[in-house]
Design a protein around this ligand. Structure first.
Ligand SMILES: Cc1ncc(COP(=O)(O)O)c(C=O)c1O
Length: 393
């Protein structure tokens, strides 16, 4: 294997500079730990950005992949694909939605939802799409137009017209800007990139009320907060959002690229043959992994998320009480947690890395935790101990 210096210089030469990489070489992963080429064992509290819900080297994921690879890796969506269909059936059975379309990523799921809304309201006055400050919905032009955070969009104007960004959690903004021209409302009930910001129950109730009045389509962006991450199948279930479409990705394929939209009865017949599609969408190997993930969710994995999420939250609240000058807020649900600091978060990310723990910082001062669901209480204890040490510095 090439050493770190060689990788850094080759990457620097070869790649568009879109990523800031961590200066370690990962050799393998096991459970919620990553192992470097130097034999260092890193506790992963970030889970590949909410993707590796069953951690690394999970036997059920490995055998699902192996089994499917031996049959076929890809045959195209011209065929009925057994694993894809079995997975679709499982996800609909567990979520209660009526139809699924498989994509490869979150941004593509959001694009599919935008297209569905356009078609649904074709020929009517309903053209405006609404999203909220602090939101992140993806980076393709349609999804990026919904993404409100300036740092992601400012350099890429002009984006798609007809999108309004309203203040997250502002009831009066909803009342003033949503009207008969509103076609769709995209909402992350728990904003991920925005800093693990939680919608108020009143805000979601107002969206439901306005939906009743104006008839727009509600899209729950569950790309980060779905797949059991918050202790319920979808984050919006904590708030009672009346979602017509759910956008999914990240954890849905257990580590392989996969995304999906789920639709209720209202939208189930919108797309007809040829109107939307994807060469790779619903790849059979990824679908086989998805089937493993949702079978695990069905068989108690979500209870584990709740139990460990409660434990982590309890520990963090104790830490907050101990360091009130350092920690401003601790919030989240299940295993999607943000620790808002009174100072920039990046130095803490680096200090934690020195202590062999991977955490992430988002929105400048929020340490975001998205660990694999296979994390154990003693791993959480180790995280808390090392984070407390950093706060003492
Ligand atoms: C809430 C949300 N929506 C959409 C996306 C875009 O997903 P992807 O990076 O798979 O395109 C993300 C990614 O972080 C996300 O967190």
């Amino acid at each position: 294997m090439k050493d770190l210096n060689e990788l850094v210089s080759t990457e620097d030469q070869d790649f568009f500079h879109t990523y800031k990489r961590l200066k370690v070489v990962i050799e393998r992963g096991e459970g919620c730990y990553l192992y470097t080429d130097k034999g260092e064992k890193i506790l992963d509290m970030f889970g590949g950005l909410a993707v590796n819900v069953l951690g690394y080297n999970h036997p059920k994921i490995n055998s699902a992949i192996e089994e499917q690879v031996k049959r076929y890796i890809h045959i195209s969506n011209l065929f009925y694909q057994e694993k894809q269909i079995a997975f679709a059936d499982k996800i609909l059975q567990l979520t209660g939605f009526s139809k699924v379309f498989f994509s490869n990523s979150g941004t593509e799921s959001v694009e599919a939802a935008i297209k569905l809304i356009r078609k649904f309201f074709l020929g009517s006055n309903k053209k405006t799409l609404i999203s909220f400050t602090g939101s992140f919905h993806g980076r393709t032009i349609g999804a990026l137009s919904l993404t409100a955070r300036k740092k992601y969009r400012d350099q890429f104007e002009p984006l798609m017209p007809g999108v309004k960004h309203l203040e997250f959690n502002s009831l009066s903004d909803l009342e003033h800007h949503i009207d008969d021209n509103t076609a769709g409302v995209f909402v992350e009930c728990i904003q991920g990139e925005g800093g693990v910001n939680i919608a108020s129950n009143e805000f979601i109730a107002k969206i439901n009320e306005l939906k009743e009045k104006f008839g727009f389509i509600v899209v729950a962006d569950e790309i980060q907060s779905g797949v059991g991450r918050t202790g319920k199948m979808h984050g919006f279930e904590h708030f009672g959002l009346d979602a017509d479409i759910v956008a999914l990705a990240k954890g849905i394929g257990g580590g392989l690229p996969l995304g999906a939209i789920l639709g209720n009865d209202r939208v189930k017949d919108v797309f007809t043959v040829g109107e939307h599609g994807s060469t790779f969408g619903g790849n059979p190997v990824a679908a086989a992994c998805g089937l493993v993930i949702y079978t695990e969710l069905e068989n108690g994995l979500m209870e584990r998320v709740n139990q460990l999420g409660n434990y982590l939250m309890e520990m963090l609240n104790e830490m907050k009480a101990k360091f009130p000058d350092k920690i401003k807020d601790v919030r989240g649900k299940g295993l999607m947690i943000g620790i808002e600091l009174n100072s920039p978060g990046q130095p803490f990310v680096e200090m934690m890395m020195q202590k062999s723990v991977l955490v992430n910082c988002t929105n400048d001062n929020v340490i975001r935790l998205l660990p694999p669901y296979v994390i154990e209480e003693n791993d959480i204890d180790a995280f808390i101990e090392r984070f407390s040490d950093c706060l003492l510095n």
